[in-house]
Design a protein around this ligand. Structure first.
Ligand code: ADP
Length: 164
């Protein structure tokens, strides 16, 4: 059984992430989307909220499960029996970082391979942080966020604006 782990912050999940998940779900027998907790980042959504948001958009994909972890990714993958880490590769800057992380993960866990799916061209420049920037303006988000995520995201922006 080919298991892949797709790690990320998913704060929030974007259409670019979902595109990678849909494509990968056809390649692997089982795909675990894992919300990784990054202590250096102050997230917009709690890890439980992020897990729920991802679940709401992958419910039609039976071989995709959603989890969260604050473990080291290489350790998490070992515990889950995952042999492949899946990453999405966007334009430019992703490469250096991801290449370095892939090598480090393999050093820690030599059985661990990292595979990359190139971003779809319309999502090449899309990131959660870009969407958070756009959230401050009155922009149509339907090209950037899955339909189910837009109202949740807008509501959170409104709460933040009110100082909550
Ligand atoms: P970000 O906060 O930069 O959007 P995450 O840490 O949540 O990203 O990303 C998780 C994974 O998804 C990473 O492998 C990242 O390269 C990939 N990814 C993020 N956005 C996209 C996109 N628009 N298209 C393809 N892959 C993406």
């Amino acid at each position: 059984m080919k298991i892949a782990i797709y790690p990320g912050s998913f704060d929030p999940i974007t259409s670019g992430h979902l595109n990678i998940i849909r494509r990968a779900s056809k390649i692997f027998d089982r795909l675990i989307v894992c919300v990784m907790v990054n202590a250096t980042k102050q997230p917009m959504f709690t890890r439980e909220e992020r897990v729920e948001m991802i679940r709401s958009v992958v419910s039609d994909l039976p071989n995709v499960e959603v989890d969260a972890s604050d473990e080291l990714l290489a350790e998490y993958a070992k515990r889950k029996g995952g042999c492949v880490i899946l990453k999405g590769l966007r334009a430019g800057s992703d490469f250096e970082n991801e290449f370095q992380m892939a090598l480090i993960n393999r050093k820690i866990n030599p059985k661990l391979d990292t595979m990359f799916l190139t971003a779809e061209s319309q999502y090449m420049y899309l990131s959660s942080s870009t969407v958070k920037e756009l959230g401050n303006y009155d922009v149509d988000l339907s090209d950037f966020l899955p339909d189910q995520i837009i109202p949740v995201f807008k509501q959170r922006i409104a709460v933040i604006r009110q100082g909550g």
